[in-house]
Design a protein around this ligand. Structure first.
Ligand code: HEC
Length: 122
């Protein structure tokens, strides 16, 4: 009985601790395919904007706008379907994750090595 009471007390802590929000956001980012346009480190690809380290509130505001189907450009039409079925909580988790995203420390080194052999950026 005591065990149950203790676990119940800890559930909110586990669900709402910021680490958990980060992990949930990360899973959503990869699970919902955001990476395919915004990049594995969320710094953007081609015309797709960088999302990494941006203000959570700004990201949230933009996602809510896309979810409600408001388009501000031709580009928005690409993004809207991906925001359409996100819940408030998922938007919160994604924005938190993106604001706090941990960059891969090896990334820069890799880019420097890779670039000379790239296709010139086509
Ligand atoms: C098929 C490509 C594609 C996918 C997948 C995609 N996005 Fe986007 N996203 C875009 C484009 C294009 C824009 C720019 C839209 C505009 O300018 O109106 C954008 C814009 C955004 C913005 C606003 C950035 C800004 O500077 O205005 C956020 C936040 C965002 N996406 C989050 C996400 C999240 C979270 C996911 C996954 C659920 C996701 N995107 C999946 C293409 C994509």
């Amino acid at each position: 009985m005591l065990k149950i009471a203790i676990s119940i007390l800890f559930i909110p802590y586990i669900l709402f601790s910021s680490d958990q929000i980060y992990i949930n956001g990360e899973q959503l980012y990869f699970g919902k395919g955001c990476l395919s346009c915004h990049g594995t480190d969320a710094t953007g690809l081609h015309n797709y904007p960088s999302l990494a380290k941006r203000s959570k509130w700004d990201l949230k505001r933009r996602l809510l706008k896309f979810r409600s189907g408001i388009e501000s450009s031709q580009q928005s039409l690409i993004m809207i379907p991906f925001a359409k079925n996100l819940t408030d909580r998922e938007i919160d988790e994604l924005s938190y994750f993106l604001q706090n995203i941990k960059q891969n420390e090896d990334q820069e080194e890799y880019d420097m090595e890779y670039e000379p052999w790239g296709d010139g950026g086509s």
